[in-house]
Design a protein around this ligand. Structure first.
Ligand code: ZN
Length: 239
């Protein structure tokens, strides 16, 4: 069983199209999405449609819940709240219904999936070895996948080996591992290219991928719609 894992699409359709092309060439058995399909970006409805059509499992992220009104937008940064309110206005009924049915955690083929972390599936950012150790402790699965931080990583239990996973990183998943595929639509590890992860659950192997996309086109779409400029600008820098 081979699985393409994606997270944090954030309504960036141009990034999603590039990742979908790369995934198509890899011909995985399933696609899993770790949440935040919408928020920040300019194309929430087509991103929800794509996810509904292609993702065998999709989690709810904090931005998805903020747009739905399940989470109070006072918990968000100002720019994120502006984008979430805009998304709420333009969201189709079909996309709203799709997002409303999602949960922030799931188990699929023995793999534990959380948007944030096992102890706080919606909000906690796993961005340190201490947080990763806690997440591995709190999960009962051998393989646990989180999203939310927009930073791709692979960390193995015990020696706490691994860390940031750049393009082309390959990991042999013997023992217990915590993975983050990184973000499709708003990478934050200094590499603006869209991130995705290919898992082979049979041979226990993970390969981290990046794919360049037309960042300037997404930026132009955001500016045309009046979304906060800082959200467009950061895409060029991968921060
Ligand atoms: Zn996110």
């Amino acid at each position: 069983m081979r699985v393409a894992v994606i997270s944090d699409i954030h309504a960036n359709l141009r990034a999603l199209e590039a990742v979908a092309d790369a995934i198509g060439q890899a011909e995985p058995d399933e696609i899993w999405c770790i949440g935040d399909v919408v928020g920040y970006g300019p194309q929430p409805n087509p991103c929800c449609e794509w996810s509904a059509d292609h993702a065998a499992v999709c989690l709810a992220g904090n931005h998805d819940l903020g747009v739905l009104g399940t989470l109070d937008l006072s918990l968000f940064s100002d720019d994120a709240a502006v984008a979430a309110r805009w998304t709420r206005e333009v969201l189709s009924e079909a996309a709203r219904g799709y997002l409303a049915a999602l949960q922030p955690s799931a188990t699929r083929d023995g793999v534990a999936l959380y948007h944030g972390s096992p102890r706080d599936p919606v909000w906690e950012y796993v961005l340190s070895y201490d947080a990763a150790r806690d997440a591995l402790h709190d999960s009962t699965a051998d393989l646990t996948i989180v999203g939310h931080s927009h930073v791709p990583f692979a960390i193995g239990e015990g020696e706490m080996v691994g860390g940031h996973a750049s393009d082309g990183t390959e990991v042999d998943l013997q023992g217990r591992w915590l993975l983050n595929p990184g973000s499709v639509g708003q990478p934050r590890d200094g590499d603006p290219a869209a991130a995705w992860l290919l898992l082979d659950l049979g041979s226990r192997h993970a390969t981290f991928h990046r794919v360049a996309y037309d960042v300037e086109r997404t930026q132009a779409e955001m500016r045309e719609l009046g979304l906060p400029d800082v959200l467009a600008e950061r895409l060029a820098h991968g921060v």
